[in-house]
Design a protein around this ligand. Structure first.
Ligand SMILES: Cc1cc2nc3c(=O)[nH]c(=O)nc-3n(C[C@H](O)[C@H](O)[C@H](O)COP(=O)(O)OP(=O)(O)OC[C@H]3O[C@@H](n4cnc5c(N)ncnc54)[C@H](O)[C@@H]3O)c2cc1C
Length: 408
């Protein structure tokens, strides 16, 4: 276990500064254009691939940083550059994690490289879990996967929604119901390989923020994938289902959802994205407050403005500390006895919404225009309290964890 310190190592500082340089020189200058275009910023993803930021290697290196701070640091810097573009860059990583967490070595080696492509021909991947009637309530998912034993193929049918990179991805990871009797315990994840017949993009959403990130429905109409596309393999699935059935038989014991532990470990990364956006807006507001003159002095000379900046910075730092604590707990295998992962995501995302609104206010009329980036940051920040579990769901998870109640 790494010794406790509040100081980043020289190596971590170096990575952070390198990412910051990319965010400042490549991402930020492109932000307004791709926000307006509402399209995936392929050239920026390609640039990220060229320098090694858009790759599994980079992601894995940060993931295995023994302090746990590699991923949150990377997220904060990239999202400081721009949330929509950064999500286009890290969205594939979110799908890749699904394969890393549940896939066999062969599946990891086969599919993850195809998720990224290479610098000359970049690809993206999508993780498709949410459905029109199964958002917060994941257990009510209806997309069905049925095994065709004669052909050793799985047949997928259903409609996924809100999929980041859905329909434009080279590889889709799809969560589907294999045993409807078991609720969320009866779900399994599948790889849908490139150009599989039956998978198509439904509507592409026109969004309030993070508009450079593609979000769409994914329709699965008799999509046939080989047995080898079931993540983890059939044997493991059968054993897991048998255990779940056994538990269900034993007087309906409420089974702890294993996915919850995974969420506790992944949610701090979303918190770090929110910290990045909040910090970006705060920095713009601070500089503006120091330079904008009204009544013959910089507006920061007014306590009403200065105190807002003090509160903004305080809550950003507090959010980062919660994110770092949860990330450290995750890498060290600490039990999340107070749902510390959810806490960090809740606090950081609410902070981003509040801080970006304060930044708009400090910039006055300019804050309300697209001439200044805080307007976009304010729109972008609204996503953090919605995806990867809404703020209400985070509170529900925290409260039930504190009360020792089952989380379903
Ligand atoms: C831009 C974007 C990208 C996304 N990317 C992906 C992706 O890549 N893959 C993917 O699978 N999903 C993705 N999502 C889906 C996202 O995770 C869901 O939108 C989210 O889980 C909420 O589900 P919902 O939209 O159906 O809202 P609902 O679940 O319908 O919630 C509506 C409101 O009711 C509240 N609510 C619901 N249940 C409770 C309760 N028990 N107690 C109190 N309040 C409650 C919610 O907090 C919310 O305020 C994305 C969403 C967006 C907007």
């Amino acid at each position: 276990m790494a010794e406790f310190t509040m100081e980043l190592s020289d190596e971590q500082k170096e990575v952070r500064d390198w990412l910051h340089g990319f965010a400042a020189d490549v991402i930020r200058p492109a932000a307004a254009e791709w926000d307006e275009r509402e399209e995936t910023p392929w050239p920026v993803i390609q640039e990220a691939a060229k320098v090694g930021i858009y790759s599994l290697d980079f992601y894995a290196q940060q993931y295995f940083d023994p302090t746990g701070l590699g991923i949150p640091m990377a997220m904060e810097e990239l999202f400081w550059g721009d949330a929509g573009i950064a999500l286009s860059i890290v969205g594939t990583g979110l799908a890749a994690v699904g394969v890393l967490a549940n896939g066999t070595e062969e599946q990891i080696g086969t599919w993850i490289p195809q998720m990224y492509g290479d610098a000359d021909d970049v690809k993206v991947a999508a993780f498709c879990s949410s459905e029109p009637d199964a958002g917060s309530d994941v257990a009510s998912m209806r997309t069905r996967a049925v095994y065709d034993e004669a052909k050793d193929e799985w047949v997928l049918n259903g409609t996924k929604t809100w999929a980041t990179n859905g329909g434009i991805a080279n590889v889709h990871v799809v969560v589907a119901v294999v045993d409807p009797e078991l609720g969320s315990k009866g779900h399994a994840s599948f790889i849908v390989p490139p150009n599989t017949p039956g998978l198509s993009q439904g509507q592409k959403f026109k969004k309030h923020g993070i508009r450079a990130s593609h979000t769409a429905e994914v329709v699965l109409d008799n999509v046939r994938v080989p047995g080898s596309c079931l993540l983890g393999g059939k044997e493991k699935l059968d054993a897991r289902l048998a255990r779940a059935r056994e538990k269900a038989k034993k007087g309906g014991e409420r089974v702890k959802n294993a996915a919850m532990a995974t969420f506790e470990a992944s949610r701090p990364a979303v918190g770090a994205m929110a910290v990045g956006t909040a910090r970006a807006a705060y920095e713009v507001a601070l500089e503006y407050a120091q330079t904008r003159q009204q009544f013959g002095r910089p507006i920061i000379d007014n306590q009403g403005v200065a105190f807002q900046l003090a509160d903004m910075r305080t809550s950003i730092d507090a959010a980062r500390l919660l994110v770092w604590r949860a990330s450290w707990m995750a890498i060290n295998g600490k039990p999340f006895t107070a749902a510390e992962g959810s806490m960090s995501k809740l606090f950081a995302s609410e902070t981003a919404k509040k801080v970006t609104a304060q930044a708009v206010q400090i910039l006055g009329g300019n804050g309300y225009t697209r001439e200044y980036p805080v307007e976009r940051m304010h729109r972008d920040s609204a996503i953090y309290t919605i995806f990867e579990g809404t703020s209400e769901i985070q509170r529900l998870v925290i409260a039930r964890t504190l009360a020792g109640m089952p989380i379903r």
